[in-house]
Design a protein around this ligand. Sequence first.
Ligand code: F6R
Length: 613
Amino acid sequence: MCGIVAYIGPKDASPFLLEGLQRLEYRGYDSAGVAVIAPATKSVPAKLKVCKVKGRVADLAAALPARFKGGAGIGHTRWATHGVPSDANAHPHTDNEGRIAVVHNGIIENADELRAKLAADGALFRSETDTEVLAHLIAAHRADGGELEDAVRAALKLVVGTYGIAVLDAEQTDRIVVARNGSPIVLGIGEKEMFAASDVSALVRYTRQVVHLEDGELATVRADGFRTFTEDARTVTRQPSTVDWEIGSYDTGGYAHYLLKEIHEQPGAVERTLSGRLDERFSTAHLGGLNLDARELREIRRVKILGCGSAYYAGEMGAQLIEELARIPAHSEPASEFRYRNPVIEADTLYVAVSQSGETYDTLAAVQEIKRKGGRVLGVVNTVGSAIARECDGGIYLHAGPEISVASTKAFTSTVVAFALLALHFGRIHDLSPADGRRIVAALKALPEQIRDMLGQEREIEKLAAEYAQSQGMMFIGRVRGYPVAREGAQKLKEISYVHAEAYPASELKHGPLALISPELPTVALVPDDELLDKNLTALGEIKARSGRVLAIAHRPIEARLADHCVVVPKSEPELDPLLLNIPLQLLAYHAAVALDRDVDKPRNLAKSVTVE
Ligand code: F6R
């Protein structure tokens, strides 16, 4: 949610800033802006130049004056929280004199109070944002001279909230000051030049050597190096690390969209999630990061899974896997609800936080609440070193690779695989037999190839999607294992195609939603070949009897009297079937969105990583 870039060095900053912002645009895309310090000439002192627009980074590039040059610059792409998307609310924000420029991710909770005080002292506010408060506050502390970093430190001491910021000062042109508290900032080390960004994806084209700031830390970044320190001015030493994700992971790699690329990356993502974790000798999973031994795991009586959106639905699949394989009661709940209901935290419950980004604020807040009450939390997280990963007591990294498209696909699938590993591990500590363990291990190993097979049916699904995309809405139904699949399928369709989609347990149809069935509202039905097959076929009959159209996702062709179309999915073990049944629904949503000419990777009103409440 929102992206920050910064550059200081001998080159002109603008090309990097624009390119970096384009890479971060998936995090927020309703307005964008840049500021550079135009160097002093004999007659004119160094001067801050700002250009910002409502719209996309491409609109910013078009609006940028030809003579927008400077060797130090900051940029931002925004997803509006305080104030509507507009030129005025776009970042960077400046002080009265236009000397200090700030870009900011996060939320300043006491912005109203600070704004009133600053306005009383003469600050002129030109936007509705909380960020502008920071620009005036830093300027107020710079008024007495001194160093920019001291003014930033002093300003941040007065701030309550979360931030990742980058600050420019036209009177101290040799530096950029950045700070982090709850919103990531990464420094990139170049050859006599330095970069900073809120996400490594903006940096990998320029450098693989990065330094992740910790919460509560600041850095002074100069062309020839950096210094990290705490809010109390204590110097801290941070060693650079090497980004291990391939540069190609951040490109569309010849695909029309990141989403399609990420759907097709799933076999490899699953292989990486499984890599080194299957223990064939004992028919179990080896999960080194749990930080819980078998004895401690045996004491766990319940599992509570927390996540938001697709992460929550992946958690629902995870809960079913844990209940089925380990026979431990497990339940998934939206982290966004959990954190507001004063949850009961029990010593014998294992809490599991699920997040692709590792930044989702509601999930992070839920983790912090559990920890504050003495609970034990594991993370199932994709982004290594992210806030949620760091907050948890242990966990499982997905290793799915960067997910750029706003809608989650490969991280979703890898999350379910990670839960299958956790459930297998738990199960084998409890009563799952070696034979059943072997059955699951073999099925997990087969998944990448089965996903490849499924993706081979893309052309047929594309045709179906073009037809179903014209509907006024769609119903998704599934029973027990199929219900989370239906929920995720409906979520994917609505968020990227804007076709209204509802998910229901197939068993609930006759308790209300059957009233909606008509030729205009087709149903996507999950019909796995399991012990509930007959029940599911009965539900199809009920829909067809009301002239409803049915697209069945099944393990074998469904007769024409019960389904208008059928996509046949490779069969796994029943516990793992949901994962494969979900793949055609991703393709259905993607191609429906393309058929409707939607902005697939950046759906309206959404952003990747929801770092606000
Ligand atoms: C849906 C989607 C969102 C995210 C949710 C949680 O396709 O992407 O629903 O799943 O915002 O995000 P993470 O997993 O980053 O915590």
